[in-house]
Each structure stands twice: as structure tokens, then as C-alpha cells.
Ligand binder design. Structure first.
Ligand SMILES: CC(C)(COP(=O)([O-])OP(=O)([O-])OC[C@H]1O[C@@H](n2cnc3c(N)ncnc32)[C@H](O)[C@@H]1OP(=O)([O-])[O-])[C@@H](O)C(=O)NCCC(=O)NCCSC(=O)C[C@@](C)(O)CC(=O)[O-]
Length: 303
């Protein structure tokens, strides 16, 4: 077994998590959460989404969030990134001083239509000028591919289709492509086959795993892909979230659960698990929802 020595966590709870909360979460609570996550040692936090507030009202305060974080400027040890689906979103994000953005595509035509109102080909054509403008402004761009192990509308998705979209994003200039198991239907065998196909097009060092835990398989799938060389994991504190365009999808794998797994494997992530567990407990209370992290629940029962 060959696991990576270090794993970088991309904390997506504030964006992927909160975008799906039924009740509005105020900007001050989001900023307090972001600070606590950063203090626990997380060094990459996806903090906002410059999408249409009509489509995703929970992300309507993207400007306030990113402006508040930009005040930290170059001194910040934490990267705060934001989703930008088009040039309009990117320009707004640049005005707020972002240093990193992400474009998000899908391996499923139906999901692409429901999520961003265009086909896969149209989305890639839209991302090209976003990429060009971002790189010109010295801003790094990450890419997402949704539905890599299943689609809520089409069911099975071919790993070859995922590989083709990942390759396009990578060739366009994304420094990293994150593979989203949007509805959490992946299993270890599917994850292995997925990576076999995708790594023929994009090297494993430039891939990240973004697994939702709807079917309780996310940790097992992460273990499998780490064996194949994946060293970047997207996760969500307290397992917050879901996707507004994937009915029934539960949150991302909980960051606390991932850190516990990594510690058990002797892999360094730089995150203080006890502090993170307190943050997961805090935000769950703020939202009046159950803590979606098993590790978080277990640790908080002891504290
Ligand atoms: C992409 C659009 C905007 C296209 O939406 P559209 O309707 O096709 O766009 P449009 O260009 O025709 O514009 C329509 C309206 O939206 C406005 N608009 C246009 N662009 C923006 C923008 N950037 N920011 C703010 N407003 C914008 C624009 O100004 C206009 O406003 P109106 O004239 O009607 O008042 C829309 O479909 C959208 O916002 N979708 C949101 C999708 C989303 O946020 N999904 C969740 C995130 S993806 C995800 O969770 C998956 C991931 C990444 O986590 C990985 C995984 O788990 O799989």
C-alpha cells in the first residue's frame, strides 16, 4: 500500500455545505465559521460562490464574504477561494480581491443543464474566457467535474466521459481538477475504475477527490483513491451540505472523519482535530441540525 505522506484538505463546508441549508445563514455566522476553520489549521477554504442569487440564494452574500476575507491580503496563510461559473461571476470576484476561483462543469449533460443552464460543451466554452481572464489577473483556477460516479438524472456515467471533461479543464489551465461524486453513489471499485480512466488524461498529482457521503461510502472510496495516489481531499465540516440540483444528496464527507482516518494512517494534514470537532459542533448548533460527523459526535461526547 502506498499512501501519500501529506494530504491537503480543501474545506468546502461554507460553500458546498451552506449553499443547501433550508434556512438562510447570516454573513456574520459564515465569517465566524471561516475564522474557526482557519484557526483549526485548514489552509484552503472555499468560502463563497459568485452565482446567481436567484439560483442559489444562500450564496447571495458572496461580495461581503470575499471582501471581508481579502482584508487579510497577502499575509493570510489560508487560501479563500470562490466558485465563478462565468465572466460575470469572475469579474465580481476579482473586484473583491480573490486569489483563487473555481469553475464547475459536469460529466452528465442533464446535470449540466439543471445546474448551470447549458450543455457540457457550452460550459467549457464559457469557462475558457474565465480562465484566460483569471490567469491574466494572476488568479489560480481550480476545476470541478460533477457526477463522476453517477448522476441524479442519468444514472451511470462513463469514466471515459469524466476523463474527457477533466482533460478539457486541465488543458484549459486548471491547476487541479476535483472529481465530484455529487450524489455519493460511488463504491471502491467504481472509484478505482474512475481513476484508471481519468489518470490516462490528467496526472494523479493534479486531481482531487470530492466525495459526498449519501450512501455512507465516502471514507472507503477515499481510502481507495489515496492508495492510487490522490493527495487532495475536499470535505465539509460536520458533513454539512448537499447540492441544490441533486435531490436527496447528503453532504460531503465530514472533514473530522477524514482527519481521523488520515491520523490513523499516519498521514499529516496539519489540522487540529479537537479544535475542528468543536467547530463542527458549534456550526451544527448554530444551524439547529444534527452533527453529520461521526468522529465529531464521538469526540464531543468526551469533551
Ligand atoms: C450559471 C448561471 C448564472 C447561469 O444562469 P443563466 O440563467 O443561464 O444565465 P444568464 O447569463 O442568462 O443570466 C440570468 C440572470 O442571472 C444573472 N447572472 C448570471 N451570472 C451571474 C453570476 N455569476 N452572478 C450573479 N448573477 C448572475 C444575470 O445577471 C441575469 O440576471 P437577471 O437579468 O435575470 O436579473 C446559473 O445557472 C447559476 O447561477 N447556477 C448556480 C449553480 C450552482 O451554484 N450550483 C451549485 C454549485 S455546483 C456544486 O455544488 C457541485 C460541486 C462543485 O460541489 C461538485 C459536486 O459535488 O459535484
Amino acid at each position: 500500500m502506498h499512501f501519500p505522506e501529506n494530504v491537503r484538505i480543501v474545506e468546502v463546508g461554507v460553500r458546498d455545505g451552506l449553499q443547501n441549508e433550508p434556512t438562510p445563514v447570516d454573513t456574520a455566522t459564515k465569517l465566524a465559521l471561516i475564522r474557526k476553520l482557519s484557526e483549526s489549521g485548514l489552509r484552503h477554504i472555499e468560502a463563497a460562490s459568485f452565482v446567481s442569487p436567484k439560483w442559489v440564494p444562500q450564496m447571495a452574500d458572496h461580495r461581503e464574504i470575499m471582501q471581508a476575507l481579502a482584508i487579510e491580503g497577502e499575509k493570510s496563510v489560508t487560501t479563500y477561494s470562490a466558485l465563478t461559473p462565468n465572466l460575470k461571476g469572475l469579474e465580481a470576484a476579482l473586484e473583491c480581491g480573490v486569489r483563487e476561483v473555481a469553475v464547475f462543469g459536469a460529466a452528465s449533460e442533464s446535470f449540466s443543464q439543471r445546474n448551470i443552464n447549458c450543455s457540457i460543451a457550452e460550459s467549457l466554452a464559457r469557462f475558457a474566457p474565465v480562465m484566460e481572464r483569471a490567469l491574466e489577473a494572476g488568479v489560480r483556477v481550480r476545476g470541478y467535474v460533477s457526477c463522476v460516479m453517477g448522476c441524479p438524472y442519468e444514472g451511470e456515467i462513463s469514466p471515459l466521459q469524466v476523463a474527457a471533461v477533466a482533460r478539457e479543464l486541465s488543458d484549459m489551465g486548471c491547476y487541479e481538477v476535483s472529481l465530484g461524486d455529487t450524489i455519493g453513489t460511488g463504491t471502491p471499485l467504481k472509484a478505482k475504475r474512475l481513476l484508471e480512466a481519468v489518470t490516462r488524461e490528467v496526472s494523479v498529482e493534479r486531481l482531487a477527490a470530492h466525495f459526498h457521503d449519501t450512501y455512507g461510502q465516502a471514507l472507503t472510496n477515499l481510502y481507495t483513491v489515496m492508495e492510487e495516489g490522490i493527495a487532495v481531499i475536499d470535505s465539509s465540516v460536520a458533513g454539512l451540505g448537499g447540492c441544490p440540483y441533486a435531490k436527496g444528496a447528503s453532504g460531503n464527507v465530514a472533514t473530522e472523519d477524514v482527519i481521523y482516518l488520515l491520523e490513523g494512517l499516519g498521514i499529516d494534514s496539519g489540522v487540529n482535530l479537537a479544535q475542528l470537532a468543536r467547530t463542527g459542533d458549534w456550526i451544527s448548533r448554530q444551524l439547529g441540525r444534527a452533527n453529520g460527523s461521526k468522529v465529531g459526535q464521538a469526540l464531543m461526547a468526551k469533551y
